[in-house]
Design a protein around this ligand. Structure first.
Ligand SMILES: [Zn+2]
Length: 179
């Protein structure tokens, strides 16, 4: 559970960039195709909105891959699962089995595992690069792999920075992140 309710939860849709607010609203999909030598190639893993969020959108599949377009482009077959299948211990087991089987590029699977399984990772993701360069955190494990205390330090720092823009300097001082 997030320690601070004001911290953004949910995920950023890899297609439209808007918020996927909860597990039920999310979908994970990828493309299965053949490479130039006819070998099977599965890639382009992404987390998107499950349903078409705008009823007036001309795109019938909303944020999801359009199966007809993908087949026409690269003879790609669209595959996917609901986001909630990747959550919790069963979701972690599913992710680990996909990693073990190398069903998709490892980097894409590992990133998805972090986004779904690690609290605060998605919210901190876009801020971490700047937080590291500003000295807010120095990742203990390695770049891209953050401890919970590091994630919360980044989120706290970002929140104070935002409120400091509209508030007094004293407030900013009170918010200085302590390790
Ligand atoms: Zn979307």
């Amino acid at each position: 559970m997030p320690r601070d309710k004001s911290i953004r939860s949910g995920w950023r849709c890899d297609s439209c960039g808007r918020l996927v607010p909860d597990l039920q609203a999310g979908w994970v999909e990828w493309l299965a195709a053949e490479d130039s030598r006819g070998k099977p190639k599965v890639s382009n893993l992404r987390l998107v909105h499950r349903r078409n969020t705008s009823a007036r959108s001309p795109e019938p599949y909303g944020c999801r891959y359009n199966p007809r377009d993908e087949f026409r482009k690269n003879r790609g077959i669209v595959e996917g699962l609901a986001l909630d299948r990747f959550a919790g211990p069963d979701g972690l087991m599913l992710l680990l089995s996909m990693i073990a089987e190398r069903e998709l590029p490892l980097q894409e699977l590992i990133e998805l595992a972090k986004r779904v399984q690690i609290p605060g990772y998605e919210a901190a993701y876009e801020l971490v690069h700047e937080a590291v360069s500003e000295g807010v955190i120095a990742p203990c494990i390695s770049s891209g792999f953050y401890l919970q205390c590091e994630i919360w330090d980044v989120l706290k720092w970002a929140k104070c920075r935002t409120s400091a823009k509209t508030s007094h300097v004293e407030h900013q001082n009170r918010c200085v992140v302590s390790h």
